[in-house]
Design a protein around this ligand. Structure first.
Ligand code: ADP
Ligand code: MG
Length: 388
């Protein structure tokens, strides 16, 4: 029995035990981001993909006008009247209430619904379990009540749920990837226009491995705010000479060099990283069209160097994992993934060559840090939807 079918059968039996009717089944995946880091708030590009780790939902309308929930992973129930949907102390329930509220705000007023859910996306590891939870439930409600809201709207509703009910002012990438993911493809998302394009990256050609540092340094949120300010300063300086620059995404490397003398070293380095990261995402996509995974991987390594040496959001543990990767010629590319200061590295590996690398990481990383890493093998998969 696969992990997925085990989770689903647990959901089905729990649903029947609690609610005495049969559920309908849905899933929503977590995501990775191949390249394009810290570009979202600079109106740039990202290159995410949905993965084969997901949250699974059993849901069905009820006749009691209540949202009745059961979390398999927390082994905890929660219920609330559909007329009194508001923030609660039960952390995980807020993501689902937050989604239901977005339907209310559109005047749709969903009736009572029962939901049992659980999954295998590690929580808080940077694979966006929260977006999977929101997107999955948005898809469930949309389908159960036949609202026919387009996916492009559902992602915005899921994002709003995260802003308003989890208090996390996230960008749109995570929700976008969880809904629009497509097996064997990455998505180049323009974070300004929300236009997107699929590029092939099939599971037959490369393997993707995530290595979890298992650290999360407390600098993450304060430094994030500092970076955003530094980027704004960069834009303000560029704009004096180039009025068309409204975000770092609009600046070319040449434009940046021409205003360098008017910038502090910090603002220059942060801007340099972002401007070149936008170029790297474009180059990486071109490489995919030629099946050139070597070039693609080199851009990933270059991104890591920029994040570590110019943007200063890496940490010792992430750098160690990337150095281990660099020594193995079968690891085509590796970099820290996510905001930084901990979390996972993402590694693009020649098909079938993952095991020696994993063994190296399991030996070397603890030797250098005293911490045992966690390895996740992921496959690029479809976005959220109903299970047949
Ligand atoms: P991530 O990087 O995984 O998105 P977050 O901190 O944003 O980390 O979201 C994690 C939170 O989402 C958890 O604390 C929990 O409240 C909720 N969550 C995610 N997955 C599940 C799950 N399988 N069951 C219950 N709650 C979940
Ligand atoms: Mg999250």
């Amino acid at each position: 029995m696969t992990e997925k079918s085990k989770i689903i059968s647990e959901i089905e039996s729990k649903f029947i035990e609690l609610f005495h009717h049969e559920p309908e089944l849905y899933q929503a995946p977590g995501r990775i981001n191949l390249i394009g880091e810290h570009t979202d708030y600079n109106d740039g590009f990202v290159l995410p993909a949905a993965i084969d780790k997901a949250i699974y939902f059993g849901v069905k309308k009820n006749k009691v006008n209540k949202l009745r929930l059961f979390s398999i992973d927390y082994k905890e129930s929660f219920e609330i009247s559909m007329d009194e949907l508001e923030k609660t102390q039960v952390h995980w329930a807020n993501y689902l209430i937050g989604v239901a509220v977005q339907f209310n705000k559109r005047g749709l007023k969903p009736e009572g619904i029962d939901c049992v859910f659980g999954g295998n996306i590690p929580l808080g590891a940077g694979l966006s379990s929260s977006a999977a939870l929101e997107c999955g439930f948005a898809v469930c409600l949309n389908d159960q009540f036949s609202y026919k809201i387009p996916n492009s709207e559902l992602i915005l509703m899921a994002q709003k749920a995260e802003h308003e009910f989890a208090g996390v002012m996230c960008g749109i990438m995570d929700q976008f990837a969880s809904i629009f993911g497509k097996e064997g493809h990455v998505m180049k998302l323009d974070c300004r226009s929300l236009d997107y394009e699929y590029f092939p990256l099939t599971n037959n050609e490369v393997d993707v491995i995530l290595c979890d540092t298992r650290v999360s340094h407390s600098l993450a949120s304060s430094e994030y705010n500092v970076r955003r300010k530094e980027c704004e300063e960069g834009v303000a300086i560029l704009k004096k000479q180039y009025p068309e620059v409204n975000a770092l995404r609009d600046a070319s490397p040449e434009m940046l060099e021409s205003v360098r003398s008017g910038m502090s070293e910090n603002v220059y380095l942060r801007s340099h990283y972002v401007v070149h990261e936008v170029v790297r995402v474009n180059e990486a996509c071109e490489a995919l069209l030629k099946n050139d995974f070597v070039t693609f991987g080199q851009r990933m390594y270059a991104t890591h160097d920029g994040l570590s040496k110019e943007y200063l959001v890496s940490c010792k543990e992430l750098d160690i994992l990337v150095e281990i990767a660099r020594k193995n010629p079968d690891v085509l590319g590796a970099r820290m993934m996510g905001g930084g200061f901990g979390g996972c590295t993402i590694n693009l590996i020649r098909k079938g060559c993952t095991e020696p690398f994993i063994q190296e990481v399991l030996k070397e990383y603890p030797a250098q840090t005293g911490i045992n890493p966690i390895i996740y093998r992921v496959k690029i998969s479809d976005g959220a939807g109903r299970l047949i």
